[in-house]
Design a protein around this ligand. Structure first.
Ligand code: 2U9
Length: 343
């Protein structure tokens, strides 16, 4: 065997026996065997001097050795989680580490999760449904009269100008689907994105997020609604929170009400958040209209139900004192980074 062939064989065995466990091992390996002045390029120098009849076989062995060494080096690097062998050549292993950038939940997710947890602790499940809805689930089943302004092109985004298909304007359409497909008792909340054809400003957006709730069973009363919402408000805004209900109107509930909580900022003494009234409106609610129950094949003589709906942005604005709705959809990290808690 020629001395070059012997050297190739010795190096092959040496390289096979090495263990590359640290980033520094891989770099030392590269310097010793693969770098310009390393052992393998040295063998290529010797190769230039061997006789023509030995060239073919020795050349093959030498190329194999080089390939083997490169593979071992790359394996050593990937063990450290670095697959870019060519870039790795330029890495400075003594440089200080790069700080890990930790993300955070979006404030609307924090609030939605909190609402979800409060209701799941008292037996409500979560349901979701499509954002593109038909007229029946978004309007007709919910007792909206044919001439109701929400059905207008001005207020609702219709898909392909088809008057039967629109982006849902509330998550109530999910409740309709749930009632159509399930027997009472039903106790669920429906979180989700909804769409309204509005000009974007600090106080309005063309999409926002809602959580609605529904409880249908025998003997469900307005008192149950009131106590559930009082419990919810105390859990979310603090044990001292008071609520008040004002009569209102929605096509899908009768009677209907809007609910205020005592101002979380001034505790009722008056500030510009509550416009010096001491109260802030947070949601709408009521007893499910008997027409809605009938539309979903539920017998209103046997069953009653309550429902409520709130905008998540509105709650987040109150909890975090945000003064412009647009912050929630701009993905500005200077805004989002402030919400590190409440996973
Ligand atoms: C069914 C029956 C009744 C859900 C309700 C409200 C009152 C309400 C608004 C709050 C602010 C919408 O986000 S908002 O603009 N919602 O005031 N929602 S009762 O009632 C239902 C839902 C489904 C089948």
């Amino acid at each position: 065997m020629s001395t070059l062939k012997e050297s190739i064989s010795i190096l092959q065995q040496e390289i096979a026996s090495l263990s590359l466990e640290l980033a520094a091992d891989a770099e030392q390996f590269r310097l010793k065997y693969l770098s310009k002045k390393g052992l393998i390029p040295g063998l290529f120098d010797q190769f230039k001097q061997i006789s023509a009849d030995e060239r073919k076989e020795t050349g093959m062995l030498l190329n194999k050795l080089k390939q083997f060494a490169e593979d071992r080096w790359k394996d050593g690097l990937s063990l450290k989680g670095d697959n870019s062998a060519s870039n790795a050549k330029k890495l400075d292993y003594s440089a200080p580490g790069i700080e890990f950038q930790q993300g955070s939940r979006h404030p609307l997710s924090i609030v939605a999760n909190e609402i979800h947890e409060i209701f799941s602790r008292i037996g409500f499940t979560v349901a979701e449904g499509p954002e593109i809805e038909d007229d029946w689930h978004n309007f007709s089943a919910l007792n909206f009269p044919v001439e109701h302004p929400a059905r207008d092109m001005q207020d609702t985004f219709f898909v392909d100008k088809d008057p039967d298909i629109a982006l849902r304007t509330h998550t109530s359409s999910v409740q309709v689907r749930m009632m159509e497909n399930n027997e009472p008792p039903l106790r669920m909340i429906m979180p989700g994105r909804v769409y309204r054809n509005e000009a974007i400003s600090a106080r309005a957006h063309c999409f926002f997020h809602q959580v609605e709730g529904l409880y249908v069973d025998e003997n469900v009363s307005f008192a149950d609604l009131k106590q559930t919402l009082l419990h919810f408000s105390r859990e979310l805004f603090g044990a001292e929170t008071k609520i008040r209900l004002r009569p209102s109107y929605f096509p899908f509930t009768e009677p209907s009400a809007e609910m205020d909580i005592s101002c979380t900022v001034c505790k009722g003494s008056g500030c510009n958040i509550c416009k010096y009234s001491g109260w802030v409106e947070i949601l709408g609610c009521g007893m499910v209209h008997s027409n809605v129950l009938k539309n979903c094949n539920i017998d209103p003589e046997k069953y009653t139900g309550f429902a409520f709906g709130m905008g998540i942005e509105r709650i987040a604005i109150l909890l975090y004192k945000v003064n412009d709705l647009r912050y929630f959809s701009q993905n500005d990290l200077r805004f989002l980074k402030q919400f590190k808690t409440g996973w």
